[in-house]
Design a protein around this ligand. Structure first.
Ligand code: G4P
Length: 535
């Protein structure tokens, strides 16, 4: 099979949003178009609404399919579309950040009633950092939302990206009539409640077409004025600007009513980038290279305690992945082979013989693979851009059953390798500090340690707000600082020193007082630095 052809027909992306903006509903509608699912509601169980660990675990168990829904692959118009799922719950934001390292583009969903919400801003920050092309879908037009122009301003300002509407709503809420496609100059009239795959499109010659007046009545005039304003205010849409992540095209619609989704999908497939070259520590890796390279961006534990294996998700970056072929595990410096690699077509896991750049392969693993690990055909390279981010909550992990401390150590090690939380150690590992972005993660860790490892523990609150990775060109200064602040220093899973700050203010002071030391808010040092002004 021609590898170039395979690469060009792949589109690997994630849908991201603040919880409740409509990510699940949109995903579901896209899968309906792809023929992957037949009924609406099939991906509903993917939601984590409740905040108790037992609910979370129950949902995970019910999901059983959660592994399958981590990646959803379908074929549309000869293209292979890989949607990487991201957890909606904010406490699992880091999982989302990591998934963003494995995609080539993103569709961002904004609720027209609520506008740009906090989590969207955070996610967008990661996209900007990685220069990931973004398409925005403004959802829930069947509700009384904000004015479209106001939303555009807000998106531009809060997400710090130039926007260009490619469709435009006619009315909103109960008066919502449809959308005008500014790119193709056609009109889609809204018919509420249509959740099946349907065409609503009406071709209009141009904005002066009397059909517009016939269909829209007085709204036709408003649309003409709006379009004139849009043409005057916004730059022409440029695919190159989108691909450089400098401008985001914006679509309007209603995922629940399956309205505006087809336009979104078709434009997405036309302009979204196929797998791109990726930066590794040693060099840039082109997808068309003959030899395989790929990295692990997610690890999923088997929830069934009788089966200790896990599934590692490998994003293929170059070459061809083949079943039963030996690959080089760069971190361990040894050959590994996978006899049952999976893909996730039609929401079912099935064993595959080969995979191409852009694909995500599920690999059964018994503890050899960690997030960030790279597989190659012999070259010692590691992909950049899979950093740990500073957690926001910190607790000391205390064993409450000394007889089971070995199990506790093992459990904590494995759960943090999965990326559930971050583990920092002090006193040669005797004191363990767990860092997370949300409360729910502590509950899940507690629950899983007990149920999967038979180890009980409690968490003691620590008054830290930030963790910063430390580097310095002056080893003596670093050593002095670490001695002086020993109480607030720990080491991450790779042994890198980390400083815990109790507030942004305190961190800013440390940065100012210690000019020879660099404080980094991610474990990947080239990406973000703490500035004296905070973060
Ligand atoms: P999420 O994955 O981003 O968290 O959001 P999800 O798709 O679950 O949507 C959140 C809620 O918004 C759901 O309602 C969903 O039905 C609704 N929704 C999604 N798209 C639209 C839309 O275009 N218009 C309107 N009016 N509502 C929309 P829910 O009541 O919270 O859940 P459910 O009972 O419908 O499952």
């Amino acid at each position: 099979m021609d590898i170039k052809h395979e690469i060009l027909r792949r589109r690997t992306f994630a849908i991201i949003s603040h919880p409740d903006a409509g990510k699940t509903t949109l995903t579901e509608k896209l899968l309906l178009y792809g023929g992957t699912i037949q009924t609406a509601g099939a991906v509903r169980s993917n939601k984590i609404r409740k905040t108790a660990a037992s609910d979370f675990m129950e949902i995970e168990r019910q999901r059983g399919i959660s592994v399958a829904t981590s990646v959803m692959t379908f074929e549309y118009d000869g293209l292979i579309v890989n949607i990487l799922d991201t957890p909606g719950h904010k406490d699992f934001a880091e999982d989302t950040y990591r998934t963003l390292t494995a995609v080539d583009s993103v569709i961002l969903v904004v609720d027209c009633v609520k506008g740009v919400e906090e989590q969207t801003e955070n996610l967008m920050r990661v996209c900007r950092m990685r220069k990931t092309p973004v398409i925005v879908f403004v959802n829930k037009l069947d509700r009384e939302g904000r004015r479209a122009f106001d939303l555009m301003d807000e998106i531009e300002k809060k997400l710090a990206i130039r926007v260009r509407p490619l469709s435009w709503p006619i009315g909103m809420g109960t008066a919502f009539k449809g959308v005008y496609n500014l790119y193709e100059r056609n009109l889609s009239l809204f018919a509420p409640g249509k959740t099946t795959v349907e065409l609503h499109r009406q071709v209009v010659g141009d904005l002066e077409d009397p059909l517009l007046d016939e269909r829209l009545g007085r709204d036709a005039g408003v649309l003409r004025d709006d379009v004139a304003l849009i043409e005057g205010v916004y730059d022409r849409f440029s695919v190159d600007d989108y691909l450089r992540a400098e401008a985001a095209p914006v679509f309007f619609g209603s995922a629940l009513n399956n309205f505006g989704v087809r336009e979104l999908l078709e434009t997405f497939l036309r302009i979204a980038p196929p797998p791109q070259a990726r930066e590794a520590d040693a060099r840039l890796v082109e997808p068309t290279e003959e030899k395989l390279s790929g990295f692990v961006f997610k690890i999923h534990a088997n929830i069934d305690p009788r089966h200790r294996d896990r599934i590692a998700f490998l994003r293929v970056c170059s070459g061809r992945f083949e079943r039963d072929k030996s690959f080089f595990h760069v971190r361990l410096g040894k050959e590994v082979r996978f006899s049952t690699p999976y893909n996730f077509m039609a929401q079912r896991k099935s064993i595959i013989e080969e995979a191409f750049p852009g694909d995500v392969v599920g690999l059964y693993d018994r503890g050899n693979l960690k997030i960030g690990d790279t597989l190659t055909e012999g070259e010692a390279l590691t992909f950049r851009g899979i950093p740990s981010f500073s957690p926001e909550l910190f607790r000391e992990l205390v064993s409450t059953d000394p007889m089971r401390s070995k199990q506790l150590d093992k459990g904590v090690k494995e759960l943090t390798e999965e990326g559930l939380a971050q583990l920092f150690v002090q006193n040669l590992g005797r004191r363990k500090i767990i860092g997370t972005v949300g409360e729910l993660q502590f509950d899940v860790i507690h629950y899983r340690l007990l149920h999967e490892y038979g180890a009980s523990c409690r968490f003691e609150r620590l008054g830290y707000a930030r963790a910063c990775w430390l580097t310095s060109d002056d080893p003596a200064s670093l050593e002095r600082f670490m001695e002086l602040k020993a109480r607030d220093i720990a080491h991450d899973r790779d042994g890198s020193p980390v400083f815990f700050a109790e507030s942004e203010w305190w961190l800013a002071r440390m940065v100012e007082d210690n000019p020879k030391i660099s404080f980094h808010l991610t474990s990947e040092f080239k990406t973000r630095r703490a500035e004296p002004s905070g973060v």
